[in-house]
Design a protein around this ligand. Sequence first.
Ligand code: GSH
Length: 208
Amino acid sequence: MLVVHHLSHSRSQRILWLLEELDVPYEISFYEREAGSHLAPEALKSVHPLGKSPVITDDGRAVAESGAIVDYIIRRHGAGRLAPLPDSWLYDQYMQWLHYAEGSAALPLIMKGLASYLGEEWRPLKQRIDIELDTHLSYIERSLGERDYLVGNTFSAADVQMSFIGELAALRTDRSRYPNLEAWVGRFQCRPGYQAAIRRGGPYALGG
Ligand SMILES: N[C@@H](CCC(=O)N[C@@H](CS)C(=O)NCC(=O)O)C(=O)O
């Protein structure tokens, strides 16, 4: 049985969502963030040395890092759903979004959260982060253009992987400056699979 090691209010929400979209059976092992630090509890390190979420176990083996987990679930349990055909150009675009979410787009969002602890003398760094943030959100905004979803205008696992970026953007900037992105977030949050994942995994509120 596939087990999602689910940290409250975290990126593992999107793994629950993907499994709900695919209707793949799974169990949840719940972990609460530490009071004060909001870090993951030590117990997650017994699943994977990083002690981060998401991490899944399937047939006793652990897979960490959300892009790799999404790819694993699609390949092993997707039965051809929620991803383009592997030999198509759309698949190359799909793969780009899968890597881009955590490899590039997440960085300024995470940095901006951490930089909020720094004083006024760090203003040049904060300005640089804001420029980077706008570069990435503008790119997503343009890519969405007139489309409803990121790859070929069809909902795919790339939208699931990128969802954290769209959601966290609301906390880090005025997201309404990116209307296509804002509409895309509203669209995917209405999906029955997204709602089912919240019912099963518990409340999901990004912060910090
Ligand atoms: N790039 C990793 C990021 C993993 C990560 O940092 N997860 C956060 C939750 S959103 C976490 O586990 N934070 C708790 C901690 O660092 O102790 C992924 O996408 O899986």
